[in-house]
Ligand binder design. Structure first.
Ligand code: ZN
Length: 212
């Protein structure tokens, strides 16, 4: 089973990718993790990536493609894999097909922008132990204080409304053509990404019923 997951920032795509990976016993491949992994391992590719990122540049599609081509040869990909975070544009989607062959399904998790803004701007994290809270949906017992260790909670700089709205705008602009591309191929399944994590997961599994 070869899947691609599409979803904006804060749409819960990573969470669903992990659950699907476990459920179907297929690999979860996040291109962001893949880049970090290569850098850590210090491979030739990793060194190249480090140089580019240290210079503030963007890693080219060719490099990501080369990494993906290697990654899907691994044992844990024999039954299939889920790509999370890639492709982000049509040119990458076309390049991807050359590596993977025909994909079985592309799941797109849709969440209303204002719901995302609400989700992301309410996040607070503990700088000491990493525990995450949400001022509305998962508040700490004491305002602004970590339940686990008593440290003062902080908001990530990126989690302010303006930055989140900007990221959403960029996401919609770049992803809309990718969504059309897969829709035209007849392999797109759009999933309502609002609500309970397990409910969303059940919808995703149902959308994959016809995939073997
Ligand atoms: Zn803490």
């Amino acid at each position: 089973m070869k899947l691609v997951l599409i979803g904006g920032p804060g749409a819960g795509k990573g969470t669903q990718a992990k659950k699907l990976s476990k459920h179907f016993d297929i690999a979860h491949i996040s291109t962001g993790d893949l880049l970090r992994e290569q850098m850590k391992l210090g491979t030739e590719l990793g060194k190249k990536v480090s140089e580019i990122m240290n210079a503030g540049g963007l890693v080219s599609d060719d490099i990501v493609s080369a990494m993906l081509a290697e990654r899907i040869k691994a044992d844990d990909c024999k039954k299939g894999y889920i790509l999370d975070g890639y492709p982000r544009n049509v040119s990458q989607a076309e390049g991807l097909e050359a590596i993977t062959g025909k994909l079985d399904k592309v799941l797109c998790f849709n969440v209303d922008d204002e719901v995302i803004v609400d989700r992301m701007t309410g996040r607070r994290g503990c700088p000491k132990c990493g525990q995450m809270f949400h001022i509305k949906y998962n508040p700490p017992k004491k305002d602004g204080i970590c339940d686990a260790c008593g440290e003062a909670l902080v908001q990530r700089k990126d989690d302010n409304a303006e930055t989140v709205r900007n990221r959403l705008k960029v996401y919609h602009e770049t992803t809309a053509p990718v969504i059309d591309y897969y829709s035209n191929k007849g392999i797109l399944a759009e999933i309502d990404g609002v609500g309970d994590i397990d409910e969303i997961f059940a919808k995703a599994v149902a959308a994959l019923e016809d995939v073997k």
